[in-house]
Design a protein around this ligand. Structure first.
Ligand code: HEC
Ligand code: HEC
Length: 158
């Protein structure tokens, strides 16, 4: 029965070269994306191991933030991705944050952002507060000032 099934299936696969996704083996291995099952975090962020964190970021953080940034400026953030927050070659530093990208900020700069004379800068005020409030719960933290997740969780302090 099984071989008959394969015989029927193989020509179908061969006729459809784009269908390279293997069948679901349900082995729950890290990075096992061989099925169409929606991603489910294997646990809370704080309990995840490095490779699980990469997957978590891929599925639950990056897409949400990409949408936020692209709504803000579709052209500037057309290539939004891991690197926008983590910098070039993030794996070289094990995705440690902050990593020097985005630009570093001083407390004075942060305090002056809302009423900054340059509208190209002041427009970041609302976005950045939304970014802070959005990412904090995704990484099991409270946003500053009630918690520790602050501008300096992503921007190095000057
Ligand atoms: C909006 C900014 C942002 C984006 C985009 C983003 N990350 Fe992150 N990432 C963070 C922050 C902030 C932390 C630190 C979380 C914490 O404090 O635990 C983090 C932590 C991590 C960690 C854990 C590092 C450690 O020390 O355990 C990994 C791994 C990671 N990110 C991978 C990725 C990958 C892969 C992508 C793209 C799919 C990505 N990140 C996209 C902000 C971002
Ligand atoms: C989760 C990570 C994260 C947090 C938290 C965060 N930022 Fe950002 N911020 C970014 C990223 C990513 C950019 C885009 C950098 C770019 O344009 O390349 C950015 C851009 C900016 C810019 C514009 C910089 C430029 O290149 O023109 C300012 C100003 C800024 N942030 C201020 C803040 C302030 C103030 C806070 C705290 C209220 C904050 N950010 C919190 C990730 C973060």
């Amino acid at each position: 029965m099984r071989s008959l099934f394969l015989l029927l299936l193989l020509p179908l696969l061969a006729a459809c070269p784009s269908s390279t996704t293997p069948a679901d083996d349900d082995d729950d291995a890290v990075s096992d994306d061989d099925d169409a099952t929606p991603y489910e975090a294997p646990g809370p962020w704080t309990d995840l191991e490095y490779l699980q964190r990469i997957e978590y970021m891929e599925h639950l953080v990056e897409p949400v933030l990409r949408e936020l940034f692209q709504e803000f400026d579709a052209e500037l953030y057309a290539d939004f991705g891991c690197e926008t927050c983590h910098g070039e070659d993030p794996a070289d530093v094990d995705y440690e944050m902050p990593s020097g990208t985005p630009e570093s900020l001083s407390i004075a700069e942060i305090n002056g952002l809302r009423n900054h004379p340059d509208p190209e800068r002041s427009r970041y005020y609302d976005l950045m507060n939304t970014v802070k409030a959005t990412v904090a719960p995704l990484v099991d933290q409270e946003p500053f000032p009630t918690g520790d997740f602050s501008c300096f969780s992503c921007h190095e302090q000057e």
